[in-house]
Every structure is written in structure tokens, then in C-alpha cells.
Design a protein around this ligand. Structure first.
Ligand code: ADP
Ligand code: MG
Length: 242
């Protein structure tokens, strides 16, 4: 898995079971974002196989060397996966409600009224019903990220991917986003979360995986990895984030 001729990931073996929360940590440049992009079908798998939600991912974007899926099948696959980024990327000219209702209308084909109702439910879920009419610039970073989570949830995904969702936030805004994610985890959502919030991994993670240089260095129950990392690289990394 990589960019052009550059291979970024080297033989990553990773499993997330339904209802589980898998946390991923690792130094900058170790391939964590690339890994999430592969799971989401955005990067080609050049060797080996990738199974997500019970099916072999058939990459079909661009001029990839390998594209057995039709664009329609690929779109259906991607609709089942929600993604939340470090930068929230909300539409600046739309209200929170419009941001959340947009994909249900334009991608899932819901009526505007049904999409607004659905969007309102998801804004309630992230504690922002009272801010539904506000535009991103009227919201704090933590509130914007919660809107981004509601936007992903509105597509009713089977799997949610989070790529360092709190690392662009001021420290005092981190907890409100983590609380929403914890509630989601407790509600049974299947999640892969790249985060250096070790407390979150300890509290709700079913597994903790340490990536370095495009490989999985170690993986296990968070409490086991945190209490007794087996590899020197994991120990050094943990010492830097704890
Ligand atoms: P992480 O998320 O762990 O910081 P990334 O997955 O972003 O790591 O990056 C892994 C490697 O892939 C890095 O060496 C990075 O420079 C490279 N890389 C990331 N994105 C691209 C890209 N769009 N084109 C080429 N190389 C990239
Ligand atoms: Mg990254």
C-alpha cells in the first residue's frame, strides 16, 4: 500500500471485529493515515489483501493497477464507512444542520425533510441540537469536530475511522470530543481510532496497535501494551506521549 511507486505499509496484519474499538498509535510518518485511507478504499492495496466489513476491498479509483469493483460497488462500500479527520472540513457557508444533512440528501437520496430530521437526531447525539442553525465560524473547534462526527454518523456507517480527531484542538476542547467518541464506542460502534490520547485507548479501546515505519510493531489489549510493551520502539514512543 503506498503512493505511486513508494510503498508505505509493509505487510500490515490488522483485524477489527464488529463492535470493537481499535486504537492506533505511532510516530508521525509511520503510515497511520495511509492505513486508514486503505481501509476506506482511498489507496490501492498493491500486495496482499484487505478485507473490510467482510469483503475483499476492490480498489477502483483513478488509474490504479487493480480495479475489479465497479464505481457503483465502490461507492456502496464507501458509504458504509464514516471518516473523521484532524481538520474538520465543514462547509463554511452551511449551517451545522445543513452540513450533516448534505450527504443523506445528495449521496443517500433522502428527501430534504427526512435528511433534516436525521441530521437533527445526530446533532442531538453529539450534544449540539441547540447549535443546529450556526455556521462553522460561530462554533468552537470542539463543536465543529462534533458536527463532523454527526455528519459521518448521518450516513449510518457500519465502521467509523478517526484520524487524530483531537490533535488540532485546543487542550480544553479535547474532552468534549472524546466524550462523544466514548459514548459512540459504548453504543457498540465499530471504530478504528488513530489517537495519541492514551487515556481514551485505555478506557474504551479493545485493542491498541503500535505502528512504526509502515509495520505493526505490536498490538494487544491496551492495558497490556501500555503496562508492558514488548518492543523498545514502543517503549520509547510511549515514554514520549505519556
Ligand atoms: P502518519 O499518519 O502515521 O503520520 P502517513 O500515512 O501520513 O503517516 O505517511 C506515511 C508515509 O507516506 C510518510 O513517509 C509520508 O511522507 C508518505 N506520504 C503520505 N502521504 C503521501 C502522499 N500523498 N504522497 C506521497 N507520500 C505520502
Ligand atoms: Mg496521519
Amino acid at each position: 500500500m503506498g503512493y505511486g511507486d513508494t510503498q508505505v505499509l509493509h505487510g500490515v496484519d490488522f483485524t477489527v471485529r464488529q463492535g470493537e474499538v481499535s486504537c492506533v498509535i505511532g510516530p508521525s510518518g509511520s503510515g497511520k493515515s495511509t492505513f486508514l485511507r486503505c481501509v476506506n478504499g482511498l489507496e490501492p492495496v498493491l500486495g496482499g489483501s484487505l478485507r473490510v466489513l467482510g469483503e475483499e476491498v476492490g480498489y477502483t479509483m483513478g488509474a490504479g493497477r487493480y480495479h475489479p469493483w465497479t464505481p457503483k460497488r465502490f461507492a456502496a462500500f464507501r458509504r458504509n464507512i464514516g471518516m473523521v479527520f484532524q481538520r474538520f472540513n465543514l462547509f463554511a457557508h452551511q449551517t451545522a444542520l445543513e452540513n450533516v444533512a448534505c450527504a443523506p440528501i445528495h449521496v443517500a437520496g433522502r428527501t430534504p425533510a427526512a435528511a433534516r430530521e436525521l441530521a437533527m437526531r445526530h446533532l442531538e447525539q453529539v450534544g449540539l441540537a441547540a447549535h443546529a442553525h450556526k455556521r462553522p465560524h460561530q462554533l468552537s473547534g470542539g463543536q465543529q469536530q462534533r458536527v463532523a462526527i454527526a455528519r459521518a454518523l448521518a450516513m449510518e456507517p457500519a465502521l467509523m475511522l478517526f484520524d487524530e480527531p483531537t490533535s488540532a484542538l485546543d487542550p480544553e476542547l479535547v474532552d468534549e470530543v472524546l466524550e462523544v467518541m466514548k459514548a459512540l464506542a459504548r453504543g457498540g460502534m465499530t471504530m478504528i481510532v488513530v489517537t495519541h490520547e492514551i487515556g481514551f485507548a485505555r478506557e474504551v479501546g479493545d485493542t491498541l496497535t503500535f505502528f512504526a515505519d509502515g509495520v505493526v510493531v505490536e498490538s494487544g489489549r491496551p492495558e497490556a501494551v501500555l503496562a508492558g510493551p514488548r518492543h523498545e520502539r514502543t517503549r520509547t514512543f510511549l515514554a514520549s506521549v505519556l
